[in-house]
Each structure stands twice: as structure tokens, then as C-alpha cells.
Design a protein around this ligand. Structure first.
Ligand code: NAI
Length: 415
């Protein structure tokens, strides 16, 4: 086993935090017990590029309990928890990551993970999948799992360009992932990150949310719930309409830029907040991003515009503009909830990572027969994860009886 982490001495601290996360992940706990009994991954090597959090550790342990040899690297240079890396190395995993690694190190860690010649790559943002395609082929066949919206967009683009060379399951797109993790998890972690970085008051503030997809809707709902006036910027007519009917104002960014106290991007798109918007903003406006890559707020443009910059607090830099105004950028424009807070809570990651774990087992069983392409999580996995979660929460639901099943197939009965 090899590794490249900050400090192995942090393992005990990591262990406590993993135990706390695991307490709140009953679905993954049950899956771990099943994997330990059936050992579906014996002899299999899995390389994962994920936000290395306590919840991720619980997923890695589930796969390891199933017999997998695990290699782990970061999916973002700022989201790695060094204590969690240490605990996983003590578990016998090869971990290549530390928080604040520069981009060269980040790429080297991806390469080091791939040097373990994995049978399956598990990704969050598709950096590992792309790196695998850029390496000289070892003639192996691979399997892939992708966790987030932006990664799914990337692997679909690879498939459309005819370059994707193995099957990838789009875990992000399954309801038990994006309805919950993206909406409730990101909704909460984004607000959490902003508050920890700024200690600002949301009540009475004007919050501009760019993108009203699963994440944006979660962020807007929570900001509104804390007393903010929410303005939404969208490019999709249906999403914009939804925002209007949810009670938010919808404006183009050029206009919203003049009104916001706090800006949050969650689009998966580049260049959403640009220099012309920054120059139109109020003195003191705060900029944060929750989308996967640090491209939504044009940070390079902000740095170029600024005549001075000062680190004011952890994860907050003040940029003085030539017009005399100051803008405050959080977390270097990277996912604010991962950088300044603790990512999404275990309760919700329980479902996302149960989807990942069960999709991994499914791919090892069925994946060799799948041609290269992007695949949905099989619906029976989604249904099972929802049932397990409800049962862990002690929630019971109704079932259709025979007469109701027959009614469903009856077309002659009507008015
Ligand atoms: P989504 O596809 O549901 O929503 C994105 C929305 O942004 C769409 O409605 C789209 O029309 C809109 N949009 C695109 N370009 C725009 C522009 N220039 N201006 C305004 N709106 C624009 O995607 P989802 O699931 O909400 O994910 C958004 C981003 O957040 C992705 O990068 C994803 O990978 C990331 N993500 C972050 C998480 C976190 O913890 N921070 C967790 C899950 C996803």
C-alpha cells in the first residue's frame, strides 16, 4: 500500500468523525453488512475520486467490506479532510489527497490512483474518467460510476463525441440521489458554508441564485426560509416559470447584479457571473459558488479587475475594484459548502452512497455485457434505497391492493 496524505497522526480524529457519520447512514450500514457476508468485490480494484469526507469514508468501508481493494483521491483540491484520509490509510486503503493541494499535485494524485490499474472508477465530476481516457491504454476494460450533475454532463459529451470507451452509470440522475442530495443536501450545505465564511444575516438580504435546478431550488428555498428576498437567474423557461410560481423574482443577471447582497451560482455552466456584472454590483456584495467547478464566478476576471485583494477571514477574500467598491469572494469560487462547511449531511449522503454501492455491485455483475455509454441506475436499486431509507426512518406507506391494481389497468371505467 502507498499513500500521499497530510498526516497519518490525524487518524483518531478522523475515526470519531466517521463514526458519527456512520450512525446517520443506516441504509449504507445494511448494505455494508450484506457486502461483508457475500464479498461481491473479492479481487476487484476500485479507484475513486470523491470529496473525501466522513460520509465518503463510510462508502469506502462498505466497498472494502465487500472485498474491494480501494484507492482514493480528491475530486476537488479544497474539499479533502486530512483526518479522514488518515483514518482510511489506517484501514489499508491507498489514499492520495490532502487539502489545499495545487493543481499539479491534484493531477498527479489522479494518476497515482489510476496506476493501481482499477477495474472500476468511481468519480465526482469525471476528472478520473477523463484522466483514464487520456492515459495510454493498458488494454483493460473498465467500468465507471459518476456521482454529480457536471460529471454526468461530461461523460454524456464524451459518449456523444464517440470517445467514451466503457459503460458509466449516472448515479446523479437517479431520484434517490438528486431529489435529496442536490436539493436538501446542497441547499443546506451552501447556506452553511456561506454563514460559516461570513457570519452574515440572511434575513432582509437580497440573495441572487443563478440556476434553478435541483441545487439552486434547494438553496433558494432555504435562503427564503431564513428571511432573504430571493432573485433567481435562469436560462431555461420552465425552470424560470417554476421559480416565479415558487414566489421568487426572476431577472437576467445584468439586472440582478445591481440588486444582490449575496450571489450564489449553481448552474454547472461557466462564466455566469462575469466582469461586467461585478462592476455593476453594490459595494460589499458577496460571491459564492455551489456548482462543481470553479468556473461559474469568473474568478480570473475578478482578480484581473481588482486593484487590491486581502484575505479577511477563512475562505473569504476582499477584492477592491477600480470603482471604489469591494466584493467578497468565498472559497476561491469553489463549492462553498464543501470548502467552508462540511459538505452534505450524512442523513442525505446515505442515499447517494447507497446508490453508488449498489450500482457498483450491479456493474460488476452486469457491466461487462454493456457497450460503452451512459446508463441510468436500475430502477430496482432506486426503489430499494427509498424503501430502506423509509424503513430506517420508521415511516410506513400504503400499498395498492388487488382491486386497485386491477383499476389501474381498467380503461372502460370513467365518468
Ligand atoms: P441542474 O441541471 O438540475 O440545474 C442547473 C440549472 O442551471 C438548470 O436549470 C439550467 O437551466 C441553469 N443554468 C445553466 N446555465 C445558466 C446560466 N448561465 N444562468 C442561469 N442559469 C443557468 O443541475 P444541479 O443538479 O442543480 O447541479 C448544479 C451544479 O451543482 C452542477 O455543477 C453539479 O455538479 C453541482 N452539484 C453541487 C453539489 C454541492 O454539494 N455543492 C451537489 C450536487 C451537485
Amino acid at each position: 500500500m502507498t499513500y500521499d496524505i497530510r498526516d497519518i497522526g490525524l487518524a483518531d480524529r478522523g475515526e470519531n468523525r466517521i463514526a458519527w457519520a456512520a450512525r446517520n447512514m443506516p441504509v449504507l450500514r445494511q448494505i455494508t453488512e450484506e457486502f461483508a457476508a457475500t464479498r461481491p468485490f473479492t479481487g476487484r480494484r476500485i479507484a475513486a475520486a470523491l470529496h473525501i469526507t466522513p460520509e465518503t469514508a463510510v462508502l469506502m468501508r462498505a466497498l472494502q467490506a465487500g472485498g474491494a481493494e480501494i484507492t482514493l483521491c480528491a475530486s476537488n483540491p479544497l474539499s479533502t479532510r486530512d483526518d479522514i484520509c488518515a483514518a482510511l490509510v489506517v484501514d489499508g486503503m491507498s489514499v492520495y489527497a490532502y487539502t489545499g493541494e495545487d493543481l499539479t499535485t491534484y493531477q498527479r494524485h489522479l494518476d497515482q490512483a489510476l496506476a493501481h490499474d482499477p477495474h472500476l472508477v468511481m468519480d465526482d465530476g469525471a476528472d478520473l474518467i477523463v484522466a483514464l481516457h487520456q492515459r495510454p491504454s493498458r488494454g483493460s476494460t473498465y467500468l465507471g460510476i459518476e456521482e454529480t450533475t457536471t460529471g454526468v454532463v461530461r461523460v454524456r459529451a464524451m459518449a456523444a463525441a464517440g470517445v467514451l470507451s466503457f459503460p458509466v452509470i449516472a448515479v446523479n440522475d437517479t431520484p434517490t440521489k438528486r431529489f435529496f442530495d442536490n436539493r436538501y443536501g446542497t441547499g443546506q450545505n451552501t447556506i452553511d458554508g456561506i454563514l460559516r465564511a461570513t457570519n452574515t444575516l440572511l434575513a432582509g438580504a437580497t440573495v441572487v441564485v443563478a440556476g434553478y435546478g435541483w441545487c439552486g431550488r434547494g438553496i433558494a428555498t432555504r435562503a427564503h426560509g431564513m428571511g432573504a428576498r430571493v432573485i433567481v437567474c435562469e436560462v431555461n423557461a420552465i425552470k424560470a416559470l417554476e421559480a416565479v410560481m415558487d414566489g421568487h423574482q426572476v431577472l437576467p443577471m445584468a439586472e440582478a447584479a445591481t440588486k444582490g447582497d449575496l450571489f450564489v451560482t449553481a448552474t454547472g455552466m461557466a462564466g455566469v457571473i462575469r466582469a461586467e456584472h461585478m462592476l455593476a454590483m453594490k459595494d460589499g456584495a458577496i460571491l459564492a459558488n455551489s456548482g462543481h467547478f470553479d468556473v461559474e464566478v469568473d474568478v480570473a476576471a475578478l482578480r484581473k479587475l481588482a486593484i487590491a485583494s486581502t484575505t479577511i477571514r477563512d475562505h473569504m477574500v476582499e477584492y477592491r475594484l477600480p470603482n471604489g467598491n469591494a466584493l467578497y469572494l468565498l472559497g476561491e469560487g469553489r463549492l462553498v459548502g464543501q470548502v467552508a462547511a462540511e459538505a452534505s449531511p450524512a442523513v442525505v449522503m446515505d442515499m447517494s452512497f447507497a446508490d453508488q454501492a449498489l450500482s457498483t455491485a450491479y456493474l460488476f455483475e452486469a457491466g461487462r455485457d454493456l457497450p460503452p455509454g451512459v446508463y441510468d441506475v436500475p430502477p430496482q436499486i432506486d426503489e430499494r434505497v427509498a424503501q430502506l431509507k423509509l424503513s430506517a426512518l420508521g415511516v410506513q406507506l400504503d400499498t395498492l391492493d388487488d382491486a386497485q391494481h386491477r383499476y389501474q389497468q381498467e380503461w372502460q371505467l370513467g365518468t
